[in-house]
Design a protein around this ligand. Structure first.
Ligand SMILES: NC(=O)c1ccc[n+]([C@@H]2O[C@H](COP(=O)([O-])OP(=O)(O)OC[C@H]3O[C@@H](n4cnc5c(N)ncnc54)[C@H](OP(=O)(O)O)[C@@H]3O)[C@@H](O)[C@H]2O)c1
Length: 328
């Protein structure tokens, strides 16, 4: 039987999500990679246990995480029964729908039909009565925002999710969705965009909207899938994502410009006596508008290694400026 570390809440920092009552851990764990049928079940179990032992209370899923689609939720459901049932109320569990999930016209995009049936399927796979958070995974310009947000509102009112959020929406799309949810009486809890030292697009308007509307922000891929660990500076290690499962992280992402930036950033991390990925995580969390950094991990030690940032001194103004000049 799994007995969690009894000091788990002492080492983690929890940040308020927008102006809601929800506190999220500064680091959250995503199940996009390493929870499908190509990762041993024992590794998956160890990853979740290690995360929770570090005070990570938020686990992020989506209908199509795998491979194959649905498998991460299915594995999570099995782990729910084995480890997590007694701790359900200590966990904040999310899932999403918005990308392709099943064949035909009803298994993709942003219709009420798709979102509601997808969440019903997710709950069965995850062996849950409700999720804490349900997202529309990407904007769908072909479906009226009133329909998509109306579906999210209906989901909360039906008790199948406690909160709702949006992911990958641009600033104007996010503002429209937030306003519509507000009008319906179901506030938007959080936005989930990509953000890292190698992708700062959210600084061009989106963070302004979230700050103004007091909506939380959980940023995915803060380590750019592993590129911000420095592990690819001397080739592609055999046990890395790029070698083992490069569906979304191709060797051609290692451009000359990226290698130059990563090399220079590593010097700043070295000067602080830190690892590059620790610097990268501290950097995305430097602004309070970011509630949580949503990491992935292939090994439990990576999670404990990343969680060390919680006891490290914050970045100085001078370091932030140095980083800015490298990233220009
Ligand atoms: N909303 C969306 O559209 C969307 C899209 C993508 C992701 N997400 C969410 O974001 C989550 C995180 O995405 P991600 O896994 O790409 O994020 P990431 O944190 O940028 O990358 C994680 C990878 O970096 C490596 N790593 C992490 N910590 C390390 C350490 N301490 N030392 C060495 N290597 C380390 C591992 O790769 P190795 O395999 O090389 O060890 C790990 O799998 C997903 O699980 C998902 O929940 C959401």
């Amino acid at each position: 039987m799994y007995i969690p570390n009894e000091n788990r809440y002492g080492s983690m920092t929890y940040r308020r999500c927008g102006n809601s009552g929800v506190m999220l851990p500064a680091l959250s764990l995503g199940l996009w990679h390493n929870f499908g049928n190509i990762t041993p079940y024992a590794t998956q179990q160890a990853l979740l246990r290690t995360a929770f032992d570090c005070g990570i209370t938020h686990f992020d899923l989506a209908n199509n995480y795998g491979p194959p689609y649905g498998e991460a939720e299915r594995n999570f459901g099995r782990l729910m029964d084995e480890d997590w049932r007694p701790h359900r109320d200590e966990l904040f569990i999310s899932t999403k729908a918005g990308y392709d999930m099943w064949p035909g016209p009803y298994g993709d995009h942003g219709s009420r039909k798709y979102l509601i049936s997808s969440l019903d399927q997710s709950l069965k796979r995850m062996r849950l009565d409700y999720v804490d958070l349900f997202y529309h995974h990407r904007p769908d310009p072909e479906t009226p925002i009133e329909e998509t947000m109306g579906a999210l509102d209906q989901i909360v009112r039906s008790g199948k999710a406690l909160y709702v959020g949006i992911s990958n929406y641009g600033p104007a799309q996010a503002e429209a969705a937030i306003k519509e949810l507000k009008r319906l009486g179901t506030p938007c809890l959080i936005h989930q965009p990509r953000y890292s030292m190698l992708d700062r697009h959210i600084e061009n308007g989106l963070t302004d909207v979230l700050r103004k509307e007091k909506v939380g922000c959980i940023v995915f891929q803060p380590l750019a899938g592993g590129m911000l660990t420095g592990k690819y500076l001397n080739g592609i290690p055999a046990d890395s994502r790029m070698a083992k499962d490069n569906r979304f992280l191709k060797p051609d992402s290692l451009t000359e410009d990226t290698v130059r930036k990563v090399t220079a950033l590593k010097e700043i991390a070295d000067a602080r006596g830190e690892k590059l990925h620790q610097l990268a995580l501290q950097w995305v969390l430097r602004d309070e508008v970011v509630t949580s950094a949503l990491i992935g991990a292939s090994r439990p030690e990576q999670i404990t290694d990343n969680a060390e940032i919680l006891s490290m001194p914050p970045l100085s103004e001078e370091e932030i400026q140095k980083i800015d000049s490298i990233l220009k």
